[in-house]
Design a protein around this ligand. Structure first.
Ligand SMILES: *[C@@H]1O[C@H](CO)[C@@H](O)[C@H](O)[C@H]1NC(C)=O
Ligand SMILES: *[C@@H]1O[C@H](CO)[C@@H](O)[C@H](O)[C@H]1NC(C)=O
Ligand SMILES: *[C@@H]1O[C@H](CO)[C@@H](O)[C@H](O)[C@H]1NC(C)=O
Ligand SMILES: *[C@@H]1O[C@H](CO)[C@@H](O)[C@H](O)[C@H]1NC(C)=O
Ligand SMILES: *[C@@H]1O[C@H](CO)[C@@H](O)[C@H](O)[C@H]1NC(C)=O
Length: 219
């Protein structure tokens, strides 16, 4: 583990130098960030405890498919949480620095009352950020509408968390849609998929592709 972390650090430094040298599009939220190595071992699936993974998750032609029913069981026998089918990204838990999640998401018409992406960990709450869908609206928790109609279209999501500054920003299709203070805490990671919330539809589905975890170059 120690040596693989060291390898990733060295790799990151080389990529930072490379990106500084070639530059990138000015409006791209990933500018100044490097994409960290990610493979299937970084994707841990959280799904109803009583079902095999392939009953609620498939990976086909580069697309992660997640679906869940409002009557499904939680992720473990003793959990009181709502049903979910999610990727929990492993290997990049963080407590400092500037981190970014990028993914292309798709939510079919009908899916509602669901969290499709979360930034886990906060001081007096479980999450720093939840991206939810209610009746076609893409929302920050249930507080603010970021996109009025999100169904049936692929969209690009970029979430940036600056732990030191204590803030979070969200870009949809490259456009800044949200800037908020974070909610404290010193242990964070990213998740995406479907996680039932209030007023959940019977069937919930989201699809994701091109998932990346990026870290700001601090050179
Ligand atoms: C994923 O990457 C890790 C190193 O980051 C490596 O040890 C592992 O073998 C890789 N797994 C697959 C399935 O490629
Ligand atoms: C979404 O589904 C509802 C209910 O089935 C239907 O009335 C509506 O026309 C659909 N919207 C689109 C854009 O397909
Ligand atoms: C975190 O989530 C669990 C499960 O939903 C809940 O029981 C607990 O109260 C939450 N913790 C906080 C601090 O909100
Ligand atoms: C977060 O804070 C840093 C440092 O003050 C600032 O550069 C950045 O623009 C802020 N980002 C957001 C989303 O507010
Ligand atoms: C949505 O959920 C809230 C809280 O669970 C409940 O009070 C409200 O009646 C629900 N609304 C609908 C339309 O089901």
């Amino acid at each position: 583990m120690g040596s693989s972390l060291l390898a990733v650090s060295i790799f990151t430094i080389f990529l930072c130098i490379y990106h500084k040298a070639i530059g990138s599009a000015p409006s791209d939220p990933t500018e100044g960030f490097v994409s960290l190595p990610l493979n299937s071992s970084n994707f841990h699936i959280h799904k109803p405890w009583n079902l095999p993974e392939n009953q609620r998750y498939r990976f086909i032609d580069g697309i992660h498919w997640f679906w869940v029913f409002s009557t499904d069981k939680p992720l473990s026998r003793n959990s009181n949480t709502n049903p979910r089918s999610e990727i929990r990204i492993r290997g990049y838990d963080y407590s400092s620095g500037v981190w970014q999640f990028q993914g292309y998401g798709y939510v079919p018409n009908g899916t509602s009352g669901v969290c499709i992406m979360q930034l886990f960990g906060a001081k007096n709450a479980n999450t720093t950020l939840m991206m939810r869908v209610y009746d076609g609206k893409l929302m920050y928790y249930r507080r603010e509408v970021l996109v009025p109609y999100i169904y049936d279209e692929w969209f690009r999501l970029n979430v940036i968390h600056d732990v030191g500054a204590g803030n979070v920003s969200v870009f949809i299709n490259g456009v800044l849609k949200l800037e908020v203070n974070d909610r404290g805490g010193a242990f964070h990671y990213f998740k995406c998929g479907v996680y039932a919330q209030d007023n959940d539809s019977y069937y919930m589905e989201s699809r994701w592709k091109g998932i990346k975890v990026l870290k700001k170059c601090d050179l």
